[in-house]
Design a protein around this ligand. Structure first.
Ligand code: BTN
Length: 247
């Protein structure tokens, strides 16, 4: 049986007091293409909800009961984090996910990227991006640990351990960057965006193991100009990438 969650829809131009309107107004101000903002106090997964939503909508939740990560992993989504999914017209999912991770990394000093879409602070992950396509739609799901408890995940951290940033401020910075980067992507500036991604990416030049459904490959990582990882001459678009310590 499907659980029911209460949904609150806000259209561009509608204003009122309260948390949902506060986040919606940030989204509408920073993302000029967004028309509808859906707010959930609690939800299974914003990416799941986004599947039945229109292009140019955002699905935003205070917590997720079945948050999903890449490769069918769980994304623990307690209150205090940011969990949202943006519905966009279909485009290269690799490029959309990479510019999303870049938008988060460039919002916080010292943040670095791990291919393809993990954002790290001092070696620990505070953000992940899950890009999915459904029909003619790309769904970009972004999860950011802001002040949520992440102690049960050994490789995770939250922003508040390093910076006194509120969820509103984090959402403000990330959506502002995302709009600029997305508009640049559509304007044909992928190479410039990709160069900035590479600059912040800790995977490039590292010894890695990439695990794909068809096998594993180890070697020094490079990135192809289309955003794929290249290991030992092989191009891989989707897989689990592990940085191997060399000392
Ligand atoms: C990963 O690092 O594996 C990706 C994590 C993506 C999590 C976000 S939170 C909002 C959206 N809804 C989900 O269920 N997942 C994404």
């Amino acid at each position: 049986m499907q659980e029911s969650f209460s949904e609150f829809r806000i259209r561009r131009g509608e204003t009122a007091e309260g948390k949902a309107f506060e986040f919606a107004s940030i989204a509408f101000r920073n993302l000029p293409f967004i028309e509808e903002f859906y707010f959930y106090e609690s939800i299974d997964s914003t990416n799941e909800r986004a599947k039945s939503g229109k292009i140019f909508s955002i699905f935003f939740a205070e917590e997720q009961k079945k948050g999903r990560g890449r490769l069918d992993r769980e994304w623990i989504s307690k209150k205090g984090g940011l969990y949202f999914s943006i519905n966009l017209p279909l485009y290269s999912l690799t490029k959309l996910t990479l510019i999303s991770a870049l938008s988060v990394a460039e919002a916080f000093e010292n943040a670095r990227l791990k291919w393809p879409n993990d954002v790290l602070l001092f070696g620990k992950k505070f953000c992940g991006v899950l890009g999915e396509t459904i029909g003619e739609k790309a769904i970009i799901g972004i999860g950011i640990n802001v002040e949520n408890d992440v102690r049960e995940v050994s490789f995770a951290c939250n922003l508040s351990s390093f910076y006194p940033v509120s969820r509103e401020e984090a959402f403000e910075r990330v959506t502002r960057n995302f709009a600029i980067n997305y508009i640049d992507l559509l304007a044909g500036k992928w190479e410039e965006l990709f160069a900035r991604y590479v600059e912040l990416c800790e995977t490039v030049g590292r010894k890695v193991r990439v695990i794909t459904p068809t096998g594993e490959i180890e070697g020094i990582a490079e990135l192809g100009k289309d955003g794929a990882i290249v290991v030992d001459g092989k191009k891989i678009y989707s897989g689990d990438c592990v940085h191997i310590r060399t000392i």
